[in-house]
Structure formats: structure tokens, C-alpha cells
Ligand binder design. Structure first.
Ligand code: PMV
Length: 356
């Protein structure tokens, strides 16, 4: 093979989105994406970003193609910043081509930044020849988008905020694997005409830190809440978990709404979904479902298999609901291909567990 050909290095990584049960919202260091509070999420099966990075000596500039179209503006800049971090670490000068697509609509509000940056961090580092541990990968993905730190891992994931100023102790890990609670389902409720985000989350959360009078109280309560939520997940106890998840979501929404200028992510249809969940729980006399949402209009409703049909039917019938999709806890990011060779997933899983 000619020499130049050998210098082309590529890797492809698939990474899933995640939904936070305890939200990351506010940074003590926005540059290093170091949060004030730890967060807990569920990694979602079946949805994924698939990203290929190819370092090529023949390229004179980086090329970024997202969902089939050349990227411009801040998505392109953010991808190049990630490439630069990887190049610096690997001592690599080559320009790269990044191609990435999602198997879910990017504008659907299903956390494409989490899956996108977890996939990009994984593909860029693998293509550059860096053999990062999942923990190192979580720290690297965090720099692209905080919630991406959690998408490296599968199942139920805890991102510890950490206390160090260099961020070395701020990374995620699996606390319970994807098979921990097979009866748990997430009904993703897609809302019609969900507005595009007016302000990027990274900026919006810092406005909350600066202006919401309720933010300090939230931070004080969270360690206890996280403890209770992790214990309820561990015990597979929906009666305890579901009310806690909704309270946490309400606290997140409260600090958004009391931010100046106010942050309002929901539409009337999203609010109707929250009300319907409350109605269903009241009618059942116990928590059969729990709502949560991120900085967007779509709502995730957790329920158990035995209530799934009735809960889904009630939600799908609400005006303004475009579609519902049932997703389960799933595996984390994984390497699909490196330098043209397919990587077997089982082997990858074993290596990951061994290193975590
Ligand atoms: O990772 P970012 O910068 O898109 O922020 C995510 C913030 C929330 O989705 C609202 C909460 C979370 O923990 O995922």
C-alpha cells in the first residue's frame, strides 16, 4: 500500500441519547463544563448518533457533515474544537472529515447533543490512535456537551460533579446496567410544533445560576434527592421513584421559569401531558407514571409494562401530541469500526467493563 494511504486513520462510533432523572443545570466552570450538581440519567436504547472521523493528510481543512449536509456556524465550530482537543492530545496535525447522522430527528429535542458529542469524542479519539478508557472518554465528551459525559455509559448513569478545579473527578459511570429493570419503559411523547431552542442550554443554565432566586435551594436539596432516587432505582421501586422524578422535574422547571429573562420550554400540549400523568396517578391511587423533560417541549413519561398500554393510549390521545415512542434503557457508546475494520461489540463491552 502507498504510504499516504496508511496515514489515513478512521473510526466510527455509535452513541445513544440519554434522559436525565436528575438534571445537570449550571456550571461552576463553564469552560471545563464542571457542574454544580451531580446528575442521574437513563441511556436510551434504539436511538443513536453514528459518527465517523477520518484524519487524512490530503485534507487542507476540516470538513463536518451533519445528517447529509455540510455544517456551518456553531455546530461546525463545536465539532472542530473537539477535533482540536483530540489532535493536541495525540500530537496529530492532520485535518479531518467528520460525518454524523442520527436515527431520530435532530430537531426533535431528543438530546442530540449528548449522543452527538459522545459519538464524536469516541470516533475522533479512536481514529487518532488514543486508547481512552470509558472514564477518560466521559471527561472528553463532557467538554463538548455536559450531558454527553453520561451517554458514554449504558443503563442508569450517575455523573458525579466532582470538586477538583481541573475536572479530573467529573465523569459519569453506570450505576445499574441496562437489564437492571426490564419492566421500566419510557414513553417519549413528541409534541407538535415544538419550538427550536432560543438560547443554547450552556448559556441558559448560567443565566439561571445568576438570576434564579430558587437555584441555591435546589442545589442544597439535590444531594439528598439523588441519594433517594438512586436507592429507589436500585430497589426497582416505582412507588418511590416516580414521585421523586416528577418533583425533580418540577424543581428544574421552577428554576428555569424564575430565571430572568424567564426560560419556558413547554408548549400547552407539553403541559397537558404533565397534567394527564397527574390525573392517571390520582385515578390509580398510586404512581403509575412519572413525567420528566429537558430543555425542550417533548416529554418523557416513565411507566411499568403493566400500565404501558393504558398510559400510552391516554397520552397519545391528547391534542398537540404528534407521536409516542416507547424506549428502554440501553447500552452506551461503542466503537463500530477502526481503520476500516469492524469492531465486534461483545469484545468492546468486555473491555469497557474491565476498564471502568
Ligand atoms: O448537555 P447540554 O449542554 O445540552 O445540557 C443538558 C441539560 C439538560 O438536558 C436540560 C439536563 C440534563 O442533565 O441532560
Amino acid at each position: 500500500m502507498p504510504r499516504a494511504r496508511l496515514e489515513v486513520r478512521s473510526a466510527t462510533v455509535e452513541a445513544p441519547p440519554n434522559i436525565a432523572l436528575v438534571k445537570y443545570w449550571g456550571c461552576r466552570d463553564p469552560e471545563l463544563v464542571l457542574p454544580y450538581n451531580s446528575s442521574v440519567s437513563v441511556t436510551l436504547a434504539g436511538l443513536r448518533s453514528r459518527t465517523r472521523v477520518r484524519f487524512d493528510p490530503e485534507l487542507s481543512a476540516d470538513r463536518v457533515v451533519l445528517n447529509g449536509a455540510p455544517a456551518a456556524g456553531s455546530p461546525r465550530e463545536a465539532a472542530i474544537r473537539m477535533l482540536d482537543r483530540v489532535r493536541e492530545r495525540a500530537g496529530l496535525g492532520l485535518r479531518a472529515e467528520v460525518t454524523s447522522d442520527n436515527n431520530f430527528p435532530t430537531a426533535s429535542g431528543l438530546a442530540s447533543s449528548a449522543s452527538g458529542f459522545a459519538a464524536l469524542a469516541g470516533a475522533a479519539s479512536a481514529a487518532a490512535g488514543l486508547d481512552l478508557s470509558p472514564r477518560e472518554l466521559s471527561r472528553l465528551a463532557r467538554l463538548g456537551s455536559g450531558s454527553a459525559a453520561r451517554s458514554v455509559f449504558g443503563g442508569f448513569v450517575l455523573w458525579r460533579a466532582g470538586t477538583r478545579s481541573d475536572g479530573r473527578d467529573s465523569y459519569a459511570r453506570t450505576i445499574f446496567g441496562p437489564a437492571h429493570w426490564p419492566q421500566l419503559a419510557d414513553v417519549v411523547v413528541l409534541i407538535e410544533n415544538a419550538p427550536e431552542k432560543a438560547v443554547r442550554s450552556a448559556e441558559a443554565m448560567q443565566a439561571t445560576v445568576r438570576t434564579s432566586p430558587d437555584y441555591p435551594g435546589r442545589l442544597e436539596r439535590l444531594p439528598g434527592e439523588i441519594d433517594r432516587i438512586v436507592r429507589a432505582i436500585g430497589a426497582r421501586d416505582a412507588d418511590r421513584l416516580f414521585p421523586l422524578v416528577m418533583e425533580e422535574c418540577d424543581s428544574f422547571r421552577d428554576v428555569c421559569e424564575t430565571t430572568r429573562p424567564s426560560l419556558d420550554y413547554l408548549t400547552p400540549a407539553s403541559r397537558a401531558v404533565l397534567s394527564e400523568v397527574r390525573v392517571l396517578n390520582r385515578a390509580a391511587g398510586r404512581p403509575v407514571a412519572a413525567y420528566t423533560h429537558d430543555a425542550g417541549a417533548h416529554v418523557h413519561v416513565f411507566t411499568l409494562d403493566r400500565h404501558l398500554r393504558s398510559v400510552r393510549r391516554a397520552l397519545a390521545a391528547l391534542p398537540g401530541v404528534r407521536a409516542t415512542q416507547v424506549v428502554r434503557p440501553g447500552a452506551g457508546a461503542h466503537l463500530v469500526e477502526r481503520n476500516g475494520r469492524r469492531v465486534r461489540r461483545a469484545a468492546e463491552g468486555r473491555r469497557r467493563r474491565a476498564r471502568t
